[in-house]
Design a protein around this ligand. Sequence first.
Ligand code: BV8
Length: 236
Amino acid sequence: MAKLHKYKSIVILTGAGISAESGIQTFRDQNGLWENHRLEDVATPEAFKRDPALVHQFYNMRRQQLLSEAIKPNAAHIAIAELQASHPDVFLVTQNIDNLHERAGSSHVHHMHGELLKTSCTACPHIGETLVDLSVDDLCMACGESATTRPHIVWFGEMPIEMEMIFDKLMNCDLFISIGTSGNVYPAAGFVQEARMAGAHTVELNLEPSMGSSAFAEHHHGKATDIVPQYLSKDL
Ligand code: BV8
């Protein structure tokens, strides 16, 4: 940890790969989520308009999996929480919609793509919480409208949450660490460029080189539960 204290402001971006060893499917690996579903059918606003029941089913299945006994935060989530506890300025932004960072002890987690355990409404600004399945029969707790409750999740074609704030953090950081993401999805895949332009040191921690690997100054490839604790405690 000590060596990371030479950095004033650290931004950490995580993707599905950090939750893989906790048992949560990634998107683009072997038997990933996009193997059994076309993202156009379950992860766009058009899909929700066209077949809300199918979209609810896709997220209900993932919510039930997330809430099952077997799913727990892993050593990589814990190592990040420990760094946040010991370093004054770490901004954790995740593309993931699971709550494993919070369950590992991270108090500030920015979910740029939303959260599986939250709901939003297509008819009003209400954001709710849910641990149960959603359906087209739900009524919005705030406006009372029916069939307007949706997962509070950013779908393809929708604007990720608080992009201004994220870009501000990237422009002012001196260390950017990307963990467990394939670099396929924008704008997250472009964060390393923003950080580099700000003069930050950039590090990729991933199972294998991502699409954006060449943009990083430093790489460590391996399983997140190995390389993340090692890197954050600076044994790497
Ligand atoms: C936007 C929530 C603009 C849903 C997600 C053409 C048409 C339309 C849009 C576009 C287009 N071209 C580009 C776009 C933009 C689009 C995009 O990037 N599309 C891609 C597919 C080309 N992006 C958007 O639409 C974004 N919005 O651009 O808005 C805008 C402007 C104005 C006004 C309005 C809008 C919104 C994107 C957000 C979509 N929602 N998630 C859900 O979760 O169901 S994205 C989804 O994929 C995930 O959330 C995740 O964030 C994202 C990326 O996946 P990864 O996390 O990287 O996971 P992946 O499986 O890909 O990789 C896992 C990695 O982990 C691998 O590298 C693997 O090696 C590694 N790994 C595996 N195991 C381990 C490991 N590493 C370490 N240890 C291990 N054990």
